[in-house]
Design a protein around this ligand. Structure first.
Ligand SMILES: NC(=O)c1ccc[n+]([C@@H]2O[C@H](COP(=O)([O-])OP(=O)(O)OC[C@H]3O[C@@H](n4cnc5c(N)ncnc54)[C@H](OP(=O)(O)O)[C@@H]3O)[C@@H](O)[C@H]2O)c1
Length: 325
């Protein structure tokens, strides 16, 4: 435990020394830039999208369906999922497959991966969007800290199970809806304390850790797909109005309304940015990058520390009950 504390402090100092004012300046400039737009349509493209029943995912499902995409939607709430499927079919005549999966239970993610692998048609675009923000420490059905599981392990497990198939199909663009919030995990991911027993838990820190873990494992997936046409990237979708965090009670919702929603943008900007990242010919072959909407940006030092990749990768495999192949 004392050893862990020392390591944590050393890591924090190492990362703080790597910060550069010009990178922070870029971040602020990017926050003011409009996202690039893409005129390509999705005709003939099959898109896997998680978390489509609210916020950014909902807006994205509509935009993509309107532009001709065939959708495979992963949602946890059967009623909302059914309503959305009907809405998309009625409004745009889209082909929609709806799968129910709660990322809070890894067995459900495993059987969702089985179902996806049974489908014959290839996937062109995969958008991992489901996410949660908790102000108090909570645990999943697998007894793993919930934010880490829902935001990181769910998408990690799906990618891991699909990776061989995707490499063979040689075409997918995989996009993580990540966050500038990865910056809150100043010392990186505490892989030896994912239950937050020795480190003080906060909503910002756990959210930052989950998004950092996603970025670090992205580099390993990128290596796996190297030499194929499959790309994997992450994006920050902007500070947008959505249901994120509404599960946290009245005080949180009051503060969100006063402090966040007043400057938040419409989630259609995130959907348009995802449209660009999914289809723009300018991004052919671009992989392993982080985008602020559509602008490439350098993640925080702790989220591009290649010496931290192995520990997060191995811990993610272990928690998902996977054996490296
Ligand atoms: N909003 C922002 O400003 C912002 C900024 C940076 C990053 N992001 C990221 O953007 C992504 C989308 O968030 P949002 O802002 O659109 O939030 P949102 O409106 O709360 O939507 C989250 C989606 O994820 C689903 N979800 C939540 N927990 C799940 C679980 N256990 N299993 C399966 N699905 C689950 C939700 O389903 P239900 O409808 O059933 O609740 C919903 O469809 C997240 O990854 C978030 O971290 C958002």
């Amino acid at each position: 435990m004392v050893y862990e504390e020392g390591v944590w402090l050393m890591r924090l100092l190492k990362y703080l020394f790597q910060y550069r004012f010009r990178h922070m300046g870029e971040l602020m400039r990017n926050a003011k830039k409009d996202a690039l737009e893409c005129n390509e349509d999705f005709k003939g493209k099959r898109v896997l999208l998680s978390g489509a029943t609210a916020g950014i995912g909902l807006e994205t499902a509509h935009l993509f369906a309107k532009n001709g995409a065939e959708l495979v939607l992963l949602n946890r709430n059967p009623q909302k999922a059914e309503r959305l499927k009907k809405e998309l079919e009625d409004s745009y005549g889209s082909k929609v497959t709806s799968l129910i999966v709660d990322f809070n239970e890894l067995a459900q993610v495993q059987s969702c991966a089985d179902t996806l692998l049974e489908m014959k048609e290839p996937l062109d675009i995969i958008i991992h969007n489901s996410g949660v923000f908790n102000t108090t420490k909570q645990f999943s059905k697998d007894d793993i800290e919930m934010v880490f599981q829902v935001n990181h392990l769910g998408a990690f497990l799906l990618n891991y199970r699909l990776k061989e198939r995707l490499k063979k199909e040689n075409r997918a663009r995989i996009i993580f809806v990540n966050s500038e919030g990865h910056r809150f995990a100043l010392a990186g991911v505490h892989t030896k304390d994912l239950r937050w027993r020795w480190h003080w838990y906060s909503g910002f820190k756990s959210y930052g850790a989950s998004k950092t873990a996603q970025l670090l494992t992205m580099y390993r997936f990128q290596e796996y797909f190297a030499g194929s046409k499959v790309t994997i990237n992450a994006m920050h979708p902007g500070n947008v109005r959505s249901a994120m965090g509404e599960n946290n009670g009245r005080l949180y919702n009051y503060l969100k309304k006063k402090l966040i929603l007043s400057s938040a943008l419409d989630p259609d900007i995130s959907a348009k940015a995802l449209h660009y990242l999914a289809l723009s010919p300018n991004l052919e072959g671009v992989s392993g990058k982080f985008f602020h909407l559509t602008e490439e940006e350098l993640p925080a030092p702790h989220a591009r520390d290649m010496s931290a990749v192995d520990a997060v990768w191995e811990k993610s495999l272990e928690l998902c009950g996977l054996n490296e192949v």
